[in-house]
Design a protein around this ligand. Structure first.
Ligand SMILES: [Mn+2]
Length: 395
């Protein structure tokens, strides 16, 4: 018969997948089973490899995704403890196979950087003092290791999934030990620099100072922020009192303010230029995205919703415009999936995380000269708190 004259290799070249034996699969396990569809597999962020980085300090990587499911410092709707899970689920159509960022013209998950999903910090919902202690210890642990690509013993950088916004305080505390004071670019509809006594209650304690609206006030008291190169973008909250008290207090925290209306009137490119004029290009920068900076039509699933915000495309464009800055960390916080019937908030957050990681990869490893210059500059500022001077000098 004619078919018998055809050799087996020729047949197999066209039909080998259909006729492969189990032995063939055994030899090519990675090829056969190592890739997931967007809807299959354990849900790590963007299908990235997962390790519990907190329990293994020998794991080296360049960029880590870390969840902080903590939401007991909120002043209105709780629920952001479910943010990390929701953002991971919403990120499943991101993968190394389909991860080319056309806006940045790179493929961040398959570039020079080793990127991991480090899991979650198991932070207690029972006791905020203990919770803060756990988060401090977790970020100290995470930063106490070398990144893979760095020649200078610098730690990996993290994209943190909140959690309510208070989680940035322990992050800034630990980043300060490595980098010195940080310039924060803060996308939010709220100031988050409120002094704790601004809250309408007779009852106060030291612990009640730690909230998702006062953590930048605390960060300022602790000397963690840059002197005058921090920016709020997207503001539109109502203010307390009858005048500009909140803004005047915010001035003393070293923040510049860009209101949501300015983004509408001036356009995103003008706003990006304004941010780039305020934030130095040769100092450590942190980008914090409270998802409530987006209009509720784009992100309804958050705890303190404010109407009249920007759309996701505008936020993405702004983040892309900041890609030259030396980003030493970033977060997306306040995603509360229970208030969102369609998961669009978590979807927006997962894309924002993708853009923030893209910025870190595209910029490349942090130049140690930046840290040196930053600490020199900080040393020339006389801190009221000598404890912080001691930390700077030690690290
Ligand atoms: Mn906030």
């Amino acid at each position: 018969m004619k078919l018998q004259t055809i050799s087996l290799p020729v047949l197999c070249s066209s039909l080998c997948l259909a006729y492969s034996t189990s032995t063939d699969f055994d030899e090519n396990l990675q090829e056969a089973w190592g890739q997931d569809w967007p809807f299959s597999g354990i849900q790590t962020f963007a299908h990235l490899p997962h390790e519990n980085c907190l329990v293994n300090k020998d794991i080296n990587f360049d960029i880590g995704v870390i969840g902080v499911p903590f939401d007991t410092a909120v002043t209105f709707w709780p629920g952001a403890r479910f943010g990390p899970q929701a953002i991971r689920t919403a990120s499943q159509r991101q993968s190394s196979l389909r991860g080319f960022n056309f806006r940045a013209v790179i493929k961040p998950y398959q570039s020079w950087a080793k990127i991991m999903d480090c899991g979650d910090v198991p932070v207690t919902p029972m006791d905020n003092a203990l919770g803060l202690q756990i988060m401090d210890a977790a970020f100290e642990n995470l930063l106490d290791r070398n990144s893979t690509a760095s020649q200078s013993s610098l730690p990996p950088r993290f994209a943190t999934l909140g959690g309510d916004h208070s989680i940035i305080l322990p992050v800034l505390r630990q980043l300060y030990k490595v980098y010195g004071p940080i310039s924060v670019i803060h996308f939010d509809s709220h100031l988050d620099t409120w002094a704790p006594f601004k809250y309408p209650s007779f009852w106060h304690s030291a612990q009640s100072e730690f909230t998702h609206g006062s953590m930048f006030w605390m960060a300022k008291q602790e000397g963690l922020l840059s002197e005058n190169s921090n920016v709020h973008a997207g503001l539109r909250t109502r203010l307390s009192g009858t005048g500009w008290d909140d803004y005047e207090e915010d001035n003393s925290m070293g923040f510049h303010r860009i209101e949501s209306d300015e983004i509408l009137k001036s356009g995103v490119d003008a706003v990006a230029l304004k941010i780039l004029r305020i934030v130095p290009h040769d100092r450590p920068v942190y980008i914090s995205v409270d998802i409530d900076v987006l209009d509720p039509s784009a992100a309804p699933g958050t705890g303190t919703v404010e109407v009249g915000g920007m759309l996701t495309r505008e936020l993405i464009h702004l983040i892309r415009s900041l890609e030259d800055l030396p980003l030493v960390g970033a977060d997306v916080v306040e995603v509360s999936p229970a208030y969102d019937h369609a998961d669009i908030t978590a979807l927006a957050a997962s894309q924002v995380v993708f853009e923030l990681i893209t910025n870190m990869v595209k910029h490349g490893p942090i130049d140690p000269a930046i840290i040196h210059a930053n600490k020199e500059a900080a040393n020339s500022v006389v801190f009221e708190n000598s404890e912080h001077q001691a930390v700077l000098n030690r690290s």
